[in-house]
Design a protein around this ligand. Structure first.
Ligand code: F6P
Length: 360
């Protein structure tokens, strides 16, 4: 008998179901003696022994379905070893559930925090195989994560829609794209949507450089300017603060997000009309795009292969364009960030896109 537990943890994305389908299809095709246990709402289900015995049919017809059939929740890694008010030792509870169900393996789909907990459980002796989920594309050890391309498509279409109305009214528009710590989504959607200014957490901006780029376009006779701004975009001044001081400053900020602050600064310094659009969680919503369906299916097949071969302690990944596997110990704890010196940034600069760090 092969007993496999599976869970989805952290923020959702479009291709979680497609990926689970890939894993389970791969297992059912090769084993008749299979039991699958789906833990509900991520690690919470594993901690509290809240699970459902799944059938092959539960994973059928979900390739195109967004969200997650298992539900998800955020269980911060930093609190995993902290005993809360409920007195539960979370790590022990997860190990107990695993042992009680006599699992051979735990399959975990999630982002950075989830991968850290997956590594912790692997170090604690559980057989773990993980899969890289996130619209942020910031998981170390894989070139791409599932969910990223679907989110890029949605954020790009938001920028596309803004183009027509920005042109009609001759306005400056800010489209705020998800990503607090990394700017992959903003960079790709910004380039795909033809944004004129792209502000990323990895490249701190100076508002005067942003304004110079807007004025430059105006002087070129352009009626509008579009800025793609990451949730975590940061000014040079703020980037020089300590983490603590910056967090304090953000708490005191009079605006809901950085985009509104930038909008006010542009209005004050140029007199130009500025509007902010926040596609927000639509970027994680709906079904997976075709690219993600293929990626999820392939990564799912890789995870199934690892389980069948009893190769544990790895994340299914993409390395040098090929489906591969990366040790969880290498994945955990490192963020994959945009390199400000990368070719992609250089190419964008060559085309006149401003990143707000220098004059163009
Ligand atoms: O990690 C994915 C992500 O969508 C980030 O891009 C975003 O900043 C965050 O989650 C939003 O989190 P929540 O869904 O908890 O509001």
């Amino acid at each position: 008998m092969l007993r496999v537990g599976i869970l989805t943890s952290g923020g959702d994305c479009q291709a979680l179901n497609a990926t689970m389908r890939g894993v389970v299809k791969g297992l059912y095709q090769n084993r008749d003696d299979l039991e699958i246990y789906g833990f509900l709402e991520g690690y919470k289900g594993l901690i509290h022994g809240n699970y459902q015995k799944m059938e092959a049919k539960d994973f059928s017809g979900i390739l195109t379905k967004g969200g997650t059939i298992l539900g998800t929740s955020r269980q911060p890694f930093k609190l995993m070893r902290v005993i809360g008010e409920d007195g539960i030792d979370k790590v022990k509870a997860m190990k107990d559930t695993y042992k009680k169900l006599k699992l051979d393996c735990l399959v975990v789909l999630g982002g950075n925090g989830t991968q850290k907990t997956a590594n912790l459980l692997s170090e604690e002796g559980l057989n773990v195989v993980s899969l890289p989920k996130t619209i942020d594309n910031d998981i170390y050890g894989t070139e791409v994560t599932f969910g990223f391309q679907s989110a890029v498509d949605i954020a790009t279409s938001a920028i596309d829609c803004i183009h027509t109305t920005a042109d009609s009214h001759g306005r400056v528009f800010i489209v705020e794209v998800m990503g607090h710590k990394v700017g992959w989504l903003t960079l790709y959607a910004g380039i795909a949507g033809g944004a004129d200014v792209i502000l990323l957490p990895e490249i701190p901006y100076d508002i005067d450089n942003v304004i110079q780029a807007i004025e430059r376009r105006k002087n070129q006779g352009k009626r509008f300017t579009i800025l793609a701004v990451a949730e975590g975009a940061i000014s040079k001044e703020d980037a020089s603060l300590s983490k603590k001081a910056y967090k304090e400053k953000v708490k005191q900020r009079a605006y809901p997000t950085v985009s509104y602050e930038i909008a006010q600064q542009i209005l004050e310094k140029t007199g130009q009309e500025v509007r902010v659009t926040v596609p927000g969680h639509t970027q994680r919503g709906g079904g997976p795009c075709a690219y993600d369906r293929v990626l999820s299916t392939r990564l799912g097949a890789k995870a199934a292969e690892m389980i069948l071969n009893k190769e544990y302690g790895y994340m299914a990944s993409v390395v040098n364009g090929e489906i591969s596997k990366t040790k969880l110990s290498q994945v955990a704890g490192t963020l994959k960030m945009v390199d400000p010196e990368s070719e992609m940034i250089k190419e964008a600069r060559l085309l006149g896109i401003s990143f707000g760090d220098k004059k163009i």
